[in-house]
Design a protein around this ligand. Structure first.
Ligand SMILES: Cc1cc2nc3c(=O)[nH]c(=O)nc-3n(C[C@H](O)[C@H](O)[C@H](O)COP(=O)(O)OP(=O)(O)OC[C@H]3O[C@@H](n4cnc5c(N)ncnc54)[C@H](O)[C@@H]3O)c2cc1C
Length: 367
């Protein structure tokens, strides 16, 4: 692995300049992902300013070189062959709170930014998204969500570099086309590089947003729809997540995952009828979703198809704390992980007739 330093022009805008962009040839990608999986990148560039991001993207596009943008690597499954092109790791910094508005640079670690917004600024709107790994810039990509909150509810604008137009654009919330774990950025994966994300939060005098998730309400002994102490809400979600292995912990292999490996299936009325006819005496979770569809639970399907927590005997297994997380026990390859994912997907389909869809982004591999 050769390391070189490439000097790019100094940032002229207000962002802090933190030294020359760092370039590594033949760089292992596994350490940059929470699954610790994936072969090397031909070239890895770590960019600390928007200027460095733009220079790197423009140079790769001009050369016709494949480009993969990454943040914290917490939603990525990279093939064992790696990535034959430039991987751009966004490490830009900047958190600005003005009144109830928040702007985050794409490289800001999300969980730390949420903690600051809650505990130092007392603002509501992100507290149920506590402890989610990765960068702020990735949150609009899959419309990050948990415990009844998703970033689509608070994002006002996303500033991004549009590689097709060759210019920086500001997209409104509506233009981001957010839906469940989806957005315009996910729909057009090679088009936008997110630079900054702006949010409108709420000053509820120390109270949280209304609780929308039954498990949170139960844990806090509160009514669904009510507000609780903002900081308590944040701490409670962190505890709930940690108990499920959904907060990163280097020592705990249950967290060597990409979070939920499958999205919750959204069934058309016909698919839902067919699904119900296969349930026998079981009652599956069912939540009304847009356009007459029904959302059910991927974790429930996996569990009831016979794949219990900890399932698997190889180096890749289900988490011992959550059926929806596929984990690397330390020596797994991406091929091992995918073999497990295929087995589970096929098992769920056999028992319930439902096709599970992967939530993380796959690079150079498919299910
Ligand atoms: C333990 C654990 C728990 C998790 N819990 C949740 C959860 O509760 N809810 C949830 O929604 N997700 C969850 N996730 C998934 C993941 O944390 C989020 O999707 C997160 O937003 C990914 O951020 P990242 O910076 O790590 O993105 P990466 O994994 O680096 O990239 C993910 C995708 O976003 C793209 N991308 C990244 N940065 C940019 C950018 N600046 N511009 C354009 N594209 C970009 C990448 O190209 C890739 O397609 C969890 C993951 C783990 C490991």
């Amino acid at each position: 692995m050769d390391s070189i330093r490439l000097h790019l022009p100094r940032q002229t805008a207000s962002a802090v300049y933190r030294g020359p962009v760092h370039v590594t040839e033949n760089a292992p990608l596994a350490p940059l992902t929470t699954l610790r999986l994936g072969g090397p990148a031909r070239r890895l560039v770590t960019a600390h300013t928007d200027q460095e991001v733009l220079e790197t993207v423009r140079a790769a596009d001009a050369a016709g070189e494949p480009l993969l943008v990454i943040g914290g690597g917490s939603n990525l499954v990279i093939g064992d062959a790696g990535f034959d092109g430039t991987v751009l790791r966004i490490a830009t910094t900047g958190r600005t709170v003005r009144g109830t508005t928040l702007e985050l640079a794409a490289g800001e670690p999300w969980a730390a930014a949420v903690a600051e917004v809650v505990h130092e600024h007392g603002l509501a709107g992100l507290e149920f998204l506590a402890g989610i790994p990765g960068s702020a810039g990735a949150t609009p990509v899959q419309n990050v969500g948990a415990y009844g909150q998703e970033v689509a509810q608070t994002i006002t604008e996303v500033v991004a570099y549009d590689r097709r137009a060759g210019e920086t654009v500001t997209l409104t919330n509506a233009e981001c086309a957010f839906s469940y774990r989806h957005s315009r950025f996910k729909a057009e994966p090679d088009r936008y590089v997110v630079l900054r994300v702006r949010f409108a939060l709420e000053d509820a005098a120390g109270a949280s947003s209304p609780i929308r998730y039954p498990e949170v309400a139960r844990t806090l002994g509160a009514e669904a729809g009510s507000r609780v102490d903002l900081r308590t809400a944040h701490r409670t979600v962190l505890e709930l997540r940690a108990n499920k292995g959904m907060v990163l912990d280097e020592q705990d292999h249950d967290t060597w995952s990409a979070g939920s490996f499958f999205t919750n299936p959204i069934l058309t009325p016909e698919q839902y009828q067919a699904f119900r006819s296969r349930l026998g005496g079981l009652t599956a979770p069912a939540f009304p979703a847009p356009d007459g569809t029904t959302k059910t639970s991927a974790a429930w399907l996996i569990d009831n198809a016979g794949f219990k927590k900890g399932y698997g005997s190889g180096p890749a297994t289900l988490s011992t704390k959550h059926t929806l997380a596929l984990t690397n026990r330390g020596s797994a390859s991406t091929a091992d992980l995918l073999a497990l994912a295929r087995e589970i997907r096929a098992g769920v389909h056999r028992v319930f007739g439902v096709e599970l869809v992967n939530e993380p982004v796959f690079i150079g591999v498919e299910l």
